[in-house]
Ligand binder design. Sequence first.
Ligand code: KG4
Ligand code: ZN
Length: 336
Amino acid sequence: AARELILAFESSCDETSVAVVENGNKILSNIIATQIKSHQRFGGVVPEVASRHHVEQITLVTDAALKEAGVTYTDLTAVAVTYGPGLVGALLIGVTAAKTIAYAHHLPLIPVNHMAGHIYAARFVKPLTYPLLALAVSGGHTELVYMKAAGEFEIIGDTRDDAAGEAYDKVGRILGIPYPAGKEVDRLAHLGHDTFHFPRAMDKEDNLDFSFSGLKSAVINTVHHADQIGETLSREDLAASFQAAVVDVLVHKTQKALTNYPVKQLIVAGGVAANQGLKEAMNEALAVHFPDVDVIVPPLRLTGDNGAMIGAAAHIELAKRHLASENLNADPGLSF
Ligand code: KG4
Ligand code: ZN
């Protein structure tokens, strides 16, 4: 079979990333320039700062990706780019770079949905078999997605308010952890115990939806109340109690989804898929209740935002000839 090489761009939030992916499942390069340090003092991503960094980085990162992969523009089969969802100004930098290269080198341009990219990152672990279910958990999204076939996404569960990663970042702020707090809250959680028994919102409700803003408020209120009476609470126990509540709900709703939608593969995708507590609890619960379901979690470097996942998704889109014209625009609110 021909060697299909896709140059893939990701710039939807605070990572400028460009990758070269071969045949949708082999990473030749995956350069990620993170801007986290520039946003930390603001406690979150500042859109204008993000756009400026993307502009400064995109050419350097593109050159590095081609160099590391050992390819030139003439070796490429196509160019792919995240066109949504995300920050409009940030997305536009990647879209403009990809359009320019596609036009200059007469290459097809493949538009990719960022969340599809997160899910297809699992292709780097093993071939996907359909139908499958994905739990996509990131800083902006918390979705249960049913895929009847490649390229077909049905959202069967969604958050009613905050995304899981967003809840981690907000609770982290209360605990004095810099943005993005997920990784450090996860680490603290392993040193503490679930002593606070925070609410598991919507856990018992007969749907596949989530809600995390009540949990976030419960943590904030608990800390403020302790402050008022001059008490200092264990950060480890707060983190452990918060994480237990998040993980319980994610695992229970996933099990409910698996009951309604029988599949053989479950993909856990997005930045929060890096969570150690979530991976352990999901594997444990499914080993007992759904022993035939294979849980696929991409490795750490591929759960967060990266260009390689966009290349994996683009390979499927290219096979379907889902191409963009030179008029491709960023779509910040893009859904499946
Ligand atoms: O997918 P991602 O890199 O960017 C978006 O598309 O949003 O996800 C970033 C989110 C952040 O909220 C971050 O705190 C969270 O993923 N995150 C984690 C962990 N590592 C990153 N949340 C919980 N546990 C982790 N280990
Ligand atoms: Zn993401």
